[in-house]
Design a protein around this ligand. Structure first.
Ligand code: F6P
Length: 518
């Protein structure tokens, strides 16, 4: 398939671009023109490898790909997830009261607000001690059970915003590895623990196994059949949660038009709301809603999610760069790279278009990262001198640093220095091992402070940038069929490990099963 004129122009601009540092001299308005403000976030894309002209061509590509119309269809609740026949309407979950979102024509905002009200009541009851455990003790811990989108968002939000010494602590159990459950329950008193089981489908093997283990753990202390007041569930399949044995008034529902990796705004955020308090959860929603407004209203060339997507596409497709690092210089955001791995790689790790044809362009970059400065002492060597050029997203906070005051400037100096060093490099022909080639691109995203609002805005920024990329690549960003085959095979192999008959595996797989069956 040949590229459209806009793709051809973008690739030509990428191939003929000069060194990034030189572009600052050639383009006096570069910093201003490639820096975007939205909802308390500053997104500096001036250290990306595009010239101003290259960025303009990228915007033309977005226009040609129909990003504006696709965005309108998304917000209108049209069926944008074609393979599953669903809208993707996570924006409805964070809209202020009185909104009028429709999913495939059906009004949903009233129902969203009803669930939100029920959550708020439950949060107040748990936090005040009104809703306590079977022995009358108030809850001091919430054990959140869920995996993937039913885990990563709440875990990120909790780590980002948690009080240093919380009144109610949150523990998370995602992995099927028994060590995870053991660690999540270690030191907790079942009498003072609320278990929240979170699963969109309520069929996920890991989550159900951990939920069964949690019920047994509760009943071992409280007595058989005495765990009901310690259990709540969040699901788009409330009937199945009921069958699991969770009381109807403890099941908080959401709809199938909420993708798992886009679900932290729904009742999936319940544990966080309990741990952080309702105003914080509301703030998170408000920040994301403000980013929705920005994404919806701002012209493409002033639109932070659109321009971030285009910078990434410029690297991915214009310069054939299959990796990207994300480095938050904020300990509280250290889970953000893991969160983005699911958001971006599960959304856009696709090889066929919306119509099932092979994609014309390479799709999602692989994302990795860790908090700065830790990453500097691990993978930054490769970022500076490796044979691959890996663009970096730096994320930093301007204000409200915790701990020893002198650490603020040291942390920020490192963030700024790394971005500068990657770009300017340092020639050293005499000592090749000390030579820094430079011209390595980065984005710099600055949050004024880390608040529920700015965190909500940051997550929504990446959600929308992921959507825009999906439109440019003409893929379904809201399905995840690629996770299915492994699940099916795991089910079969589990039966074999438990002593069932084998089913004609390759020699390597058969040997592993034979070695580990018991
Ligand atoms: O296996 C992938 C996945 O389907 C994710 O998309 C999802 O977030 C996760 O599993 C958990 O699914 P559920 O919320 O239905 O338990």
């Amino acid at each position: 398939m040949t590229d459209s004129p806009a793709w051809t122009a973008l690739k030509a601009a990428a191939e003929s671009g000069g060194r990034i540092r030189d572009l600052f001299d050639a383009e006096p308005d570069r910093l201003e023109g490639l820096t975007f403000e939205a909802v308390g976030l500053t997104v500096d894309l001036s250290k990306q490898p595009w010239s101003r002209e290259g960025a303009t061509l990228a915007v033309a590509l977005a226009q040609e790909a129909g990003v504006e119309a696709a965005r309108d269809r998304l917000f209108a609740g049209e069926i944008v997830n074609l393979t599953e026949g669903r809208p993707a309407l996570h924006m409805a979950l964070r809209a202020p009261a009185g909104a009028d979102f429709r999913a495939a024509g059906k009004p949903v905002s009233e129902e969203v607000e009803e669930v939100r009200d029920a959550m708020q009541d439950f949060v107040a009851a748990v936090r005040s001690g009104m809703a306590g455990g079977a022995t009358g003790k108030p809850f001091k811990a919430v054990l959140h059970i869920g995996i993937g989108g039913s885990d990563l968002g709440p875990r990120l939000v909790w780590e980002a915003l948690r009080p240093l010494v919380p009144d109610i602590q949150l523990r998370f159990a995602a992995n099927i590895d028994g060590a995870e459950f053991a660690a999540a329950t270690a030191g907790l008193d079942p009498e003072e623990t609320l278990v929240v089981v979170v699963s969109k489908t309520f069929t996920t093997q890991e989550t159900l196994a951990n939920a069964r283990a949690a019920k047994a753990w509760l009943e071992a202390k409280l007595g058989a059949g005495k765990a009901d007041s310690h259990l709540a569930a969040v699901s788009a399949n409330p009937a199945e949660a009921g069958r699991f044995g969770i009381a109807e008034d403890r099941v908080f529902a959401f709809r199938d038009w909420v993708g798992g990796r886009y679900s932290v705004w729904s009742a999936v955020g319940l544990s966080c709301a309990i741990g952080l308090g309702w105003p914080a959860f509301e703030g998170l929603l408000a920040g994301a809603a403000a980013m929705d407004e920005h994404f919806r209203e701002a012209p493409l060339d002033a639109n932070a999610p659109v321009m971030l997507a285009l910078a990434h596409v410029f690297n991915r497709n214009g310069l054939d760069r299959p990796l990207r690092a994300v480095v938050p210089y904020a300990r509280r955001l250290s889970l953000f790279p893991a969160y983005l791995q699911q958001l971006e790689m599960e959304s856009n790790g696709k090889r066929v278009t919306q119509r099932g044809l092979p994609v014309a362009q390479a799709t999602a970059a692989s994302v990795f990262g860790d908090a700065g400065t830790n990453g500097q002492h691990a993978f930054f060597q490769l970022l500076h001198q490796g044979t691959d050029i890996i663009p970096v997203d730096f994320i930093a906070l301007a204000e409200d640093h915790e701990g020893p005051p002198a650490h603020r400037n040291m942390l920020l100096a490192n963030a700024i220095a790394q971005a500068e060093a990657l770009m300017i490099g340092q020639p050293n022909p005499a000592e090749p091992h000390r030579h820094f080639p430079g011209d390595r691109p980065s984005s710099f995203i600055l949050l004024e402070r880390l608040t529920p609002q700015t965190l909500g805005a940051l997550i929504a920024l990446y959600e929308h940038k992921t959507f825009v990329e999906g439109v440019l690549w003409d893929i379904d960003s809201f399905d995840q069929w690629g996770v299915e085959l492994g699940k099916v095979l795991a089910g079969r192999i589990l039966r074999e490990l438990d002593g069932g008959d084998g089913e004609g595996h390759d020699p390597s797989t058969a040997a592993l099963i034979a070695r580990l069956a018991r």
